[in-house]
Write a protein that binds this ligand. Sequence first.
Ligand SMILES: *Cc1c(COP(=O)(O)O)cnc(C)c1O
Length: 491
Amino acid sequence: MEQNPLQRPTPVIFEHSREGRRGTKIPKTDVPARPLDELLPKSALRKAQPALPEVPEHEVVRHFTAISLKNHHVDKAFYPLGSCTMKYNPKVNELTARLPGLGDLHPFQPTSGVQGAFRLMWELGEMLREIAGMDAITLQPAAGAQGEFVGALLIRAYHTAQGNPRKKIIIPDSAHGTNPATVVMAGYEAVMLESNAEGRMDPTALEAALDDEVAGVMLTNPNTLGKFESEIETIAGLVHEAGGLLYMDGANLNALMGITRPGDLGYDIVHINLHKTFSSPHGGGGPGAGPVAVKSHLAPYLPIPILQRDEVGGYSLDWERPDSIGKVHGFWGNFGVLVRAYTYIRMLGPDGVLDTARTALLNNAYMSARLEGTYQLPYGRGMHESVFSGAFLKEHGIRTLDVAKRLLDFGVHAPTVYFPLIVAEAIMAEPTETETVEELDRFCDAMLQIAVEAKNDPEFVKNAPYTTPVRRLDEARANRQPDVRYKGGHG
Ligand SMILES: *Cc1c(COP(=O)(O)O)cnc(C)c1O
């Protein structure tokens, strides 16, 4: 086979470097030079010149473009990574986030000079509160996982004020791994509750698990199987009767927004993953935002400072909250992500928010209908995502991992695999609302073709992928000891 250009080794940028090459020529300064040690303390001066590549501008551009093509991203092709809501991120979000009046702000500017930014944060908070059906909100947390942690600290603060912080938080066995991690970090014991045959929380099982040491219940909705927790009102009643609080992991809000509201369903707390539902580029550890919205009985405990608006429309920060759990992020949160979410919601408007959720459900219904005759759906179709099982391929010696790897040859990112843990050989696909029917067909055709290949030529599938920059990696080692200087061959 002719070598795939993607598989050619890419030099690191330093290997492009030749002495004297420059991107830009800066005119000679007419300001008289002064020795550096007159301007800076000696301890701040470099001992040697910094090691910088000397490369003309176009080579820099080509270098990074070449690298970006080796990677997969949502601007390149479909990215059905279940639970992560990898929707297309409209470029207008980037435009507003870079407006000088927003992008060039300094967090130490006096509050009188950042009233516009505060107004944006205030209005975003109001829109999110409305979407969530809650009474108060903080925009500070930097991610969903940190939102969960804030939520668990709010639960602790609330119970402590009642005289007993309590000991346990109940989580279903379908939950995202961050849920039990959060609970333990907040000093609670995570109690796992088995889901019922429909993949939902069983109110009878919950009732049996509730006692006066249960501080709360964390329940994603729709849950990680994509199923709406249809007993949610009964569940909320039971939790509250036992004196506990009900927390919603809102990572799947893309399926619900505009249709129903966590607050109306009986939840006390919800976090919202702005980078998922409200579209900022995410993955790879980039910045996110996980605002936490609460009912009024939890408002006193929210992180400080609280943004407030006075009667004449000015904004200020309230630091005088004696019951607050404290500060959870530098300054006021990841502001750039807040600007993107604000832009996105304002662009959609209320009808657009509802349409977004409905289209996400429609796209998943279409994808699931096309695949379910071949791939099993142990818990049935989900709302915005479905969890298939690749267990039927075992008779050909093929695992879900092989399907995921082969999919890469079709130019799409693999779905989430082996999660949630309660589905054997799980394949969790989330199409999101932004994909066209043609794109969904392309994905489904690929999935169906792979099932045929698995039967007819399992060795071929087991050795996939063939067209990617690297093939099968030791994934743990690739993360811990990244080798950026790719040398070709089987990675
Ligand atoms: C993504 C996700 C989280 C964690 O959110 P981060 O923003 O990645 O920290 C928690 N729960 C569910 C269900 C998720 O999909």
